[in-house]
Structure formats: C-alpha cells, structure tokens
Design a protein around this ligand. Structure first.
Ligand code: NI
Length: 227
C-alpha cells in the first residue's frame, strides 16, 4: 500500500526545520547505503545523530504521533530515527531496494524495515526532477508532495529518485517496523479502520454495527500483531 499522509508538520514547523536544515553541514549520502545502493546513490545527508538531525527528527516523530491516518496505516512498532538528504542539481538515486534490517545507532535495537517513509521539506515548485518513483503492483508511481507531507510505502518496493535539473530537494527519510508484518494484512486493517471511522461519523460511535466492527478490528489485530 502506497499512501500520502498530508500535513504531518505544520507550515510553522516546516519553516523552522528548513531554516535549520539549510544552515546545517551536509556529508556524502553513501554513508547509510548498502553496497548495491552506494553505487547508484549521489546525494548529501546530515550526519546521523547531529543536533539538527535530532531536533528535526523529534519534530517529525511528534507530527507522526498526532496523525491518526499515519497510525492507522502504519501500525508502527519501532520507528528509525529520521535521516535527512539533500539533492542538488544533477543529484539522483538510482533504482534500489532498502536494506531489510537496520540497527538503531548507539543502541542494541534492530528493526525490520516494513515501511519506508519520505517527508518532503522542499515545495514541489522549488525544484525540477527529484521525483520519487516507486514500483508498485499497478506500475511505477511518481511522488512529489508539498513540504510537510509524507509518503508511506512498502520497503519491499524498488524505488529511485530522478535527477534534479533545477533547484534542490530536501527531505527526511526513515523506516519503520510495523506491528503487522504483511502488507496485505495491514492494508485490510487500514481499510476496516477507515470504514469504521466513516460509519461512526454517519451513525454514532455506539451504534451496534460500529461496536461489532470495532470488535472484529481488534480481534484481527490481536491475531496478527507482533508486539
Ligand atoms: Ni531507498
């Protein structure tokens, strides 16, 4: 499932983050790449754990925590501390698949990358090119979202970033391990949850059908979740 999550950050948060990111020191992006992806990766990154990465990363995690749509779609178990990249003119990232397992730096914790996230910090009109192309079961999907918006997609997907021909594209990227490992089961739970929310608005949260469907949702979650 490929899903855009609008307005994870407020315009004020985006502006504050951009000021900090634009003033930060950027290093070669190949530091977090595996062997295959390092060969096709040409961009710059913030050093992991740098003060700006930590502060803006906390801001992003705060935004995600207050997004019911993100929680419903991702059912996150562990979220990797957000990383940041910058693609200037000519930069690109060729087709690759993200590493399956990531160690959280400075901790003994590892996570399985079930879902990949990109949160945009540049507005689409600030740059040409720089589209995130995700290979989906329905063919390639081209993604370029407003600043503060996030795209959530299965980490099993092949993806790439097309070359920048004007301006610069600043974004955050990270992964998460979901309580629900299988994409199809997670998509079913998401559809069910969204339908229950709509029904609760049309009827009433205590309507017998809403209560019954909520029970079914939680019982499926109980069967499938790994916590
Ligand atoms: Ni990637």
């Amino acid at each position: 499932m490929l899903l855009a999550i609008p307005e994870v950050l407020t315009p004020a948060e985006v502006a504050a983050a951009r000021a900090a990111l634009d003033a930060a020191e950027w290093i070669d992006g190949r530091v977090t790449a595996g062997e295959q992806s390092a060969a096709v990766k040409q961009n710059a990154q913030l050093a992991e754990g740098s003060p700006v990465a930590q502060a803006v990363g906390e801001m992003i995690l705060g935004g995600l925590a207050r997004s019911p749509l993100f929680i419903s779609a991702a059912l996150p178990q562990r979220i990797f501390p957000p990383l940041f990249n910058r693609y200037g003119e000519g930069a690109s990232f060729g087709v690759h698949v993200d590493n399956a397992i990531r160690a959280i730096p400075g901790t003994p914790i590892r996570l399985r990358t079930d879902l990949s996230c990109t949160l945009f910090f540049s507005e689409p009109e600030e740059y040409d090119g720089g589209e995130l192309i995700i290979e989906d079961v329905y063919g390639p999907q081209r993604v370029k979202l407003p600043a503060g918006h996030l795209i959530l997609y299965p980490s099993t997907s092949l993806h790439r970033v097309t070359p920048i021909t004007r301006g610069a594209r600043v974004a955050s990227f990270f992964w998460l391990q979901s309580m629900i490992r299988a994409d199809d089961q997670r998509a079913l739970l998401f559809d069910l949850d969204q339908t229950i929310q709509r029904l609760a608005l049309e009827k009433d949260a205590n309507d017998p059908c809403v209560v019954s469907l909520s029970g079914i949702y939680h019982n499926l979650l109980r069967q499938w979740a790994e916590v």
